[in-house]
Design a protein around this ligand. Structure first.
Ligand SMILES: CC(C)(COP(=O)(O)OP(=O)(O)OC[C@H]1O[C@@H](n2cnc3c(N)ncnc32)[C@H](O)[C@@H]1OP(=O)(O)O)[C@@H](O)C(=O)NCCC(=O)NCCS
Length: 467
């Protein structure tokens, strides 16, 4: 009892002094010269008071990026008008892995082993979260992870884990998957970075820079020097930024579980009426995609590409991988005209979450829009039918980003904007900024990360910092 009280007291005293310092510093921060402001920012970072990364470009100006400032990325505030690598290729790529602190080891995760796949699901389901509200947690299924991490040409060594030597526990992960992308007029083979995750008990110890460095080394070893990634925080430097939008499909449940993305201020009866959808779809010729549709879907995509500055260049195998419907993972519908031509398509994937400590609800399903292309059907009509289909498949909410021309249907179909932004980044590539409507996200977008928890396995780690 005494022991736990004295620990509490120490924590409190420590926090109190940090907080009073913070208030004093912040009160006067704006009136100080630039250099002193930067010193204080650095101090806050070192004291771990700057734990939350900048969410806006304004906040980012006052943040010191100890790691990102050493990387080949565009500096915040640079006005870029040219196109090309930030840094020329360095042919001498280290053959040894980056150093980890004693007690930790790299592990290439072989996801063909159900046990290893289960370990990865466990790490992500317990730790892939950024804030705590103790109600809803992601529940990535093994099938979902394989779909996201094993597109054509995926490489084993790009599924990178960190384990604790003593008990072999998986405590960190980052992955890359290959992609061909068009950035303005340049076609590039690069990687998309996925599922960066550090165990909650190891946060703020600089494991992320080590994971990114080691993944970069492994990617460079294959002759690839660029990456595309997305994050909810502002890093140097977003090439485009967009917002997440939500459309309730099951407003009663969302209200009952206090769904964080729900911003409609209305009582249940009104919410049910406001969000009511037709029982059945309206569009003639709308049907699920089959394998035989893949070549025609590919040509639909190719025709649409020239409207965008950032777009994936998919192969037939990639179209099959990303779009062919897989139960509880993704769904794609096409519109077939009377003469057999495919005129339109829409695709979404499904993310499941667990609802904790609720007397009635145990799970929640969110559908996330991948891509809609319309030639003959109006996009709002196609999307309304998509909402009906997603609801019929048990989804509770539909999420979309305001990329591509999604703005043309979001408000009309009663999506509401959330306060979460998604920023897109390029590693080792500079190009002018682009508006979100010039970004084509035909494959997995970053997830809407709103679901968090406080509890978790109690683990004791050494007080080290990764370098
Ligand atoms: C994202 C996460 C790995 C960061 O870990 P952390 O313990 O807070 O940060 P670390 O001490 O390891 O490293 C800090 C460095 O990583 C950078 N960083 C943090 N989040 C990042 C991200 N999502 N992408 C790239 N870099 C990131 C920070 O900017 C900082 O570098 P800086 O000094 O240049 O600013 C961790 O919060 C996490 O696992 N979150 C849940 C999953 C998640 O949100 N993943 C990211 C998906 S976009």
């Amino acid at each position: 009892m005494f022991c736990s009280w004295s620990v509490e007291l120490k924590v409190f005293v420590l926090n109190y002094s940090k907080v009073s310092f913070l208030f004093r510093a912040l009160g006067q921060l704006d009136s100080l010269p630039e250099k002193e402001q930067q010193e204080i920012q650095k101090a806050l970072h070192l004291f771990s008071l700057g734990t939350s990364l900048p969410k806006t470009l304004q906040q980012a100006k006052n943040h010191t990026y100890r790691f990102w400032d050493t990387q080949p990325v565009t500096k915040l505030g640079d006005h870029v008008t040219t196109h090309g690598p930030v840094e020329e290729v360095d042919a001498s790529i280290r053959s040894e892995p980056c150093l980890l602190p004693q007690g930790f080891s790299w592990d290439t995760l072989d996801l063909s082993s159900p046990f290893v796949l289960g370990e990865l699901s466990h790490l992500l389901n317990e730790n892939y979260m950024e804030e705590d509200d103790n109600t809803i947690r992601f529940n990535f299924s093994p099938e979902y992870l394989l779909w996201a991490l094993q597109p054509p040409n995926w490489l084993l060594q790009w599924n990178l884990g960190v384990r604790v030597d003593a008990n072999k526990k998986l405590v960190g992960f980052i992955a890359a998957v290959p992609a061909d992308v068009r950035i303005y007029e340049t076609k590039k083979r690069l990687v998309q970075v996925r599922f960066l995750c550090v165990h909650k008990k190891l946060r703020l110890k600089r494991m992320t820079p080590v994971l990114i460095r080691e993944l970069t080394r492994r990617v460079n070893q294959q002759g690839v020097y660029q990456a595309v990634y997305a994050a909810g925080t502002v890093l140097p430097t977003p090439i485009s930024s967009c917002s997440q939008w939500h459309r309730p499909l099951n407003p009663r449940k969302l209200m009952e579980v206090n769904y964080p993305g729900l911003k409609q201020n209305m009582n249940l009866q009104r919410a049910l009426k406001f969000n009511r959808l037709p029982e059945v779809t309206k569009i003639k010729g709308l049907r699920p995609m089959t394998e035989a549709d893949a070549p025609r879907i590919l040509s639909l995509l190719e025709k649409n590409l020239s409207n965008f500055h950032l777009s994936p260049l998919l192969s037939l195998q990639e179209v099959e991988h990303w779009y062919l419907p897989k139960e509880n993972v993704n769904d794609t519908y096409v519109v077939e005209a009377d003469n057999g031509t495919l005129t339109d398509m829409v695709s979404f994937y499904t993310v499941s979450s667990r609802v904790l400590n609720h007397p009635v609800h145990t799970g929640l399903r969110a559908a996330c829009l991948l891509y809609a292309v319309c030639n003959t059907t109006g996009v709002a009509d196609l999307m309304e039918d998509t909402l009906v289909l997603a609801k019929s498949k048990g989804c509770d909410v539909f999420c979309a980003l305001d990329v591509m021309d999604n703005m043309s249907f979001l408000e009309k179909l009663k999506f509401t904007i959330s306060d979460k932004s998604v920023h897109y980044y390029l590693y080792n590539w500079k190009c002018p900024l682009m508006s979100p409507d010039k970004v084509l996200t035909t494959v997995m977008s970053p997830l809407a990360k709103r679901h968090f928890c406080l509890s978790g396995p109690v683990m004791i780690f050494h007080p080290f910092h990764f370098r």
